[in-house]
Design a protein around this ligand. Structure first.
Ligand code: 26Y
Length: 817
């Protein structure tokens, strides 16, 4: 149990032992470290108790395999889940410190890109809170997602040195190290009993060292583990190798270990085919699968029943080599026959698909794959051979099917096909997404194996994104309906009775105003821009990608600005357009879009003639920690992806939870958000997914018609190439102009239907403005959004994974005191 005085003493002692200083002499970072070690001390007891309970009760365990875990800061969240936040705040006050300021000292662990990585983090929070035995398995990247600096309007990537002061919430576990082998060749030996034995030889090895991070459940003493793997050279440089002529191999092994976990690939939804990425994948998967089997064997003698106690969830195709690695260990090390190993593997592995865009699909060239992972490749070849036989049996003589469905085809290993053929479950992440998978992208697979396909609409944890991120609103909600929403979000619908209550409306909007003030202050401090907290805060924060259409948003801002300049007396409710987005380092058009946003901001923000009616803000280095504050302050949530392209989206849910109103297309989970809150409490516009798909089948549409017929749009587009936002430089934004209209390039003009949706988007914005002018109407809509978000808790999502895919056993932790 938590004790304030013991805690204070522990903080003081930690500063002394860690830094040989008194609290008064310690730097803020040192205080953060000392506080965090004191918190870790409290966590450790529950961590031990949890692991002991798991040992005794032996529940089925899910291993959530993911290249990405976008955790965000741990200190505040851990304190809330431990129910110790207020006491620690008081304790620190008594010591002369402000908990918020100490929380701000924590690096923001960003071992992920965007939605997929953050989903993994929300899932871990829900698994622990619901009392399920779970491991997160990932990579301990030395450098996580880069820090973004904006210089002269351009994005600059700066390395994220999140480990430079040491990370207090991790625990190194060298006793669980595993060897991972790359390259070489496979020698086949015949055993006396006539069995074939496959031996990898002349390989390079890396030692995988696990670091464990505690995942604290809310108010239940459950502490699960996120296990991320670091790489070390297997035997420190051996001089004698020099004499044996193995000098090169020794150096290479050393280098491999150093580079393998060096950095997270900053690509989101875009496959680049880099060999190092495949090394990363096999590295953490081999170590994780070995660890899972070792743990299972400690308690169980019959490996055939592995799947009764263990399940692997593959977060997209990135961890899909787990299928072949499990087969390898079961056959080559446990001595099982193919059929036995196959039964276990196909009952253990399940796959989540997060995208339907072709450019995000992982396909490895055979050459590269078989050289790096010779034994794994053999196994995949055999899986492929048998799978093709199955296809032939089901569709005799149908070569088309084989061409479309084979795992290995055209010189490539197709990871999605491997995952679907070998797993017991394939799920999409929102209703619409799953339907598109079944009826379009994965149609052939669905027809052959319909029972594998299911939907699990994404969710988010209300504990980080309301309880921690928006404490004033969290308290208000609790004051009105009690605190059950913290672990049972659908309870939040009990706020609906307050939607028309004037006092409640005022309180709700006043909290929003306070949060807007907080964000305005942050913007002033970081951007030097003064924004009016009474203006509409219209926010789009997410990775920068063409399909997410930040370009549509900023083109519309350019249009509004033209309108105000042309009609200075027109009615206009002041608006603050807030953007936050990182672009993949090599994604030129995305980076140019950031420049455009900043260029428009420069012109508009400094034009005194418009009397501050529009402000444009690009928030530098959008990440989990500032996201929490941004959601809390938003009035309007921009969710404007081209319909059919956004698998789910999850920021849409975080905005809704915080009382922002969705301005969006009928895409991803927006569809379900509208279903929950009602169409009258959202602003929906644009092409529907079936319309987009239809256009695509017909080779697109003619944006030039729109350009020719609409002078407002034409004016905005011309401003891209007449230097309006580029100090007279007519070339700076030409690529963007070309992408929308051009017929000369190989890509289709306006692939993402920006011009097609432009006018409907502008109309939706006019409706937003009208609704906002009516204060009561807006307050009601805002309350109803918060009150209707119950479905979008990751607790619900996880419960569905448990009930319909994993079938885990629930556990209760009994503690003394
Ligand atoms: C192959 C590779 C470079 C790659 C790396 C990262 C491919 C994809 C990704 C990340 C994908 C991602 O974040 N997808 C998002 O997953 C969210 C959680 O399911 C969805 O809400 C969101 O719509 C989807 O874009």
């Amino acid at each position: 149990m938590f004790n304030k005085e013991t805690f204070k003493k522990s903080v003081k002692d930690n500063v002394k032992t860690l830094y040989r200083r008194t609290l008064e002499e310690a730097t803020p970072q040192q205080v953060f470290q000392a506080v965090s070690y004191a918190v870790k001390d409290v966590i450790i007891d529950d961590w031990l108790a949890t692991q002991k309970t798991y040992e005794q009760e032996d529940p089925k365990t899910v291993y959530y395999m993911s290249m990405e875990f976008l955790m965000g800061r741990a200190l505040g969240n851990n304190l809330l889940n431990l129910m110790a936040y207020d006491q620690v705040r008081e304790a620190l006050e008594e010591l002369g410190f402000d908990l918020n300021a100490i929380e701000d000292q924590e690096p923001d662990p960003a071992l992920g890109n965007g939605g997929l990585g953050r989903l993994a983090a929300c899932f871990l929070d829900s698994l622990a809170t619901l009392g399920y035995s779970a491991y997160g398995c990932g990579i301990r990247y030395r450098y996580g997602m880069f820090k973004q600096k904006i210089e002269n309007g351009y994005q600059i990537e700066v390395p994220d040195q999140w480990l430079k002061d040491g990370y207090p919430f991790e625990l190194r576990r060298p006793e669980y190290a595993k060897e991972v082998k790359f390259g070489g060749y496979v020698r086949v030996e015949m055993e006396p009993n006539g069995k074939m034995k496959f031996i990898q030889e002349n390989y390079q090895s890396v030692l995988a060292i696990p670091f464990d991070m505690p995942i604290v459940g809310y108010n239940n003493h459950v502490v699960n583990t996120l296990r991320i793997w670091d790489a070390e050279a297997i035997n420190n440089f051996q001089l004698d190798k020099f004499d044996k002529g193995e000098y090169h191999q020794a150096v290479e092994q050393e280098n491999l270990a150093k580079t393998i976990v060096e950095v997270l690939y900053p690509n989101d939804n875009h496959y680049a085919g880099k060999e190092l990425r495949l090394k990363q994948q096999y590295f953490f998967i081999s170590a994780s699968v070995q660890a899972a089997i070792e743990k299972y064997k400690k308690k169980h003698s019959d490996i055939h029943k592995f799947y009764e106690k263990v399940t692997f969830q593959l977060n997209d195709t990135h961890p899909t080599v787990a299928i072949a690695e499990l087969m390898r260990i079961l056959m080559d090390e446990e001595g099982l026959e193919w059929d036995e190993a196959w039964e276990i593997t196909t009952k253990t592995c399940a796959y989540t698909n997060h995208t339907i865009m072709a450019e995000a699909l992982e396909k490895w060239p055979i050459e590269l794959f078989s050289k790096l992972l010779p034994r794994i490749y053999q196994i995949i070849e055999e899986i492929n051979r048998r799978f093709i036989m199955e296809i032939q049996q089901k569709y005799p003589g149908n070569q088309e099917k084989i061409k479309k469905m084979a795992i290995i085809y055209d010189g490539q290993v197709k990871m999605a096909h491997l995952a679907i053929a070998s797993g017991y479950s394939v799920n999409g992440v929102a209703k619409l997404h799953t339907e598109i998978l079944k009826n379009q992208e994965l149609k052939d697979f669905y027809e052959m194996m319909p029972w594998k396909f299911n939907n699990k609409t994404n969710g988010i944890t209300q504990r980080r994104f309301l309880l921690h991120g928006n404490q004033p609103l969290a308290s208000w909600v609790t004051d009105h309906i009690g605190k059950e929403w913290i672990t049972d979000l659908p309870q939040i619908s009990r706020l609906k009775v307050y939607a028309d209550d004037e006092k409640a409306q005022q309180e709700f909007m006043n909290i929003k105003y306070q949060n807007k003030l907080r964000l305005a202050k942050y913007i002033y401090e970081h951007n030097g821009i003064e924004v009016d907290p009474r203006s509409i805060f219209d926010v789009q924060v997410k990775r920068l990608h063409e399909y997410k259409r930040q370009l549509l948003n900023i083109l519309h801002v350019m249009y509004l600005y033209n309108q105000i300049k042309e009609h200075p007396d027109m009615e206009f409710y002041p608006r603050t357009f807030i953007f936050g987005a990182k672009a993949a380092a090599g994604y030129r058009r995305a980076k140019l879009t950031i420049k455009l946003i900043n260029a428009v901001a420069d012109v508009v923000n400094n034009d005194t003639s418009i009397g501050g009616k529009i402000k444009v803000v690009f928030i530098e280095d959008y990440r989990v920690s500032n996201a929490e504050m941004i959601f809390a302050a938003a009035d309007v949530s921009e969710q404007i992806s081209t319909a059919s392209k956004e698998a789910s989206g999850t920021s849409n849910m975080k905005f809704m939870l915080n009382g922002a109103i969705t301005l969006g297309t009928m895409d991803g989970a927006n569809v379900e958000i509208v279903e929950e809150v009602g169409e009258e409490n959202a602003f929906i516009f644009g092409l529907r997914s079936d319309e987009v798909i239809q256009y695509e089948k017909n080779g697109g549409y003619y944006p030039m018609d729109i350009f020719n017929n609409d002078q407002d749009i034409r004016k905005v587009l011309m401003q891209l190439i007449n230097g309006t936002y580029a100090n007279g430089d007519m070339e700076m934004f030409r690529d963007i102009y070309d992408s929308l209209l051009n017929t000369k390039s190989s890509e289709r003009a306006d692939t993402y239907f920006i011009l097609k949706d432009f006018k409907p988007y502008a109309e939706a914005h006019r409706q937003v403005e009208a609704a906002y002018r009516d204060e009561k109407r807006w307050a009601k809509m805002a309350i109803l959004n918060t009150a209707s978000c119950g479905k979008f808790t990751s607790d619900r999502t996880i419960q569905q994974y448990v009930d319909e895919i994993w079938h885990l056993d629930k556990v209760q932790i009994v503690t003394e005191g």
